[in-house]
Design a protein. Sequence first.
Length: 462
Amino acid sequence: MKLKSAVENLAWPVVQTGRPAELMALQRQFEVSQWWPQEQLCQAQFTQLSALAEHAAKNVPYYYNSLRKAGFRSGKPMNEEIWRRIPILTRAQVRDLGDKLHAKTIPHSFGKTGVATTGGSTGIPVRVIKTSVDSLMWESSYVRELLWHCNDLSGTIVNFNDMIAGKLLPHQRTAHDHGDGVILPNLQTLAGAIWNTGALGLMSYRQPVQKQAEFLLKVKPKHLGIRPTDLRLLLSYFRDHQLRLDSISYVWTLSEIVDESLRGLCRTIFGCDIVHNYTAAEIGYIALQCPSSHEFHVMGETQYVEILNDKGDPCLPGEIGRVIVTPLHNYAMPLLRYEIGDEAELGTACACGRGLPVLKRIVGRLENYILLKSGERRRVEFYHYKLATVEAILEFQLVQKTLDLIVLQLVVSRPLTSEELNLAKGIMSYAFGQYLAIDVTFHESLPRTSSGKLRNFISEVL
Ligand SMILES: [Zn+2]
């Protein structure tokens, strides 16, 4: 990829300044640290966790006592034994503790603070204060994702999101708001400041799939940025209308879950694989897809991630556990051992040779529980990948309506055959039949959260 020079008319070597220079300097360090054995990475993480704990113990009311109780002493290093005694911090606690989690003072060099809010898909909103250093670390993973997965940003990029709509010029904004795609001469994001890039095509994800498809056919992008649920709709549209688009080499997805059926459909229709990641607004990038597999590497330079079983002990490879994350550089609102609300399966060492910890898959939200009449909660284990074998099903959402009834709400491209309907009912019956009555209903569309996410499970009784 061709680096952009901050000094005009300079052919070689390129001189970068400001944020691009900071980010590329971090990449140089990451290029080395990603190959460290896990012990070495862990040692470096604990050096940083010591500094963070020192800061939290002095400046954050919630941690004045709790760190001391866990055995942490100022001036002494943090170690794993003390670390495991620090209580897990739940989303509800983060919401309820409020400013007790805010640092009274933050070193000046951490820059400006801002607030990130999130929680749409979990139902528990949290507000997290971050500094410029957190933004820098967030951006560093974004840059790393591009470096890991892409060797050419020269082609046109199409993004179906509204993220930079606010930065458009008035006439562009008008066109965008009217549902017409907008084409900008280069990538108006960070990547465009670092590298020479192709044009950027923008269209809102709220536009009908037909309009999105027409826009893609007109622009013929090399890159496509899109949410997984919207990608599934788009791919189905291309398939059902026998449309072809050979230009796409990279599909970048954000948020939600990407499963093998979606990857397969993308390979069939667009002829390329999906690059996915695991992010959270309050934390940043937690993991990136490995460049040579579909597993995820934890961003160990910016996050300390623990996968814990029901007893609170670390999971072994192959086990599924709760994801506990500690952002290593949030000095405005330190979140030590934050339970984000997801589960993940811990992977074994990756064949690529990187020492960064491996998550084989992100399992989903812990809040996905059904409530039984007995008062017992059961985790939803719904075999949605089987449902995805029915091509006419475009979207689905499970809703527990009452203590007796769970409904599978579907958006379909055509009426289901009786065989397909029986398959859907069979999956429902297998998952829930022993606890609840089941029903299948059909809808024009399914509601999104305010951030545009489609939740695949909703409880109206919890
Ligand atoms: Zn790997």
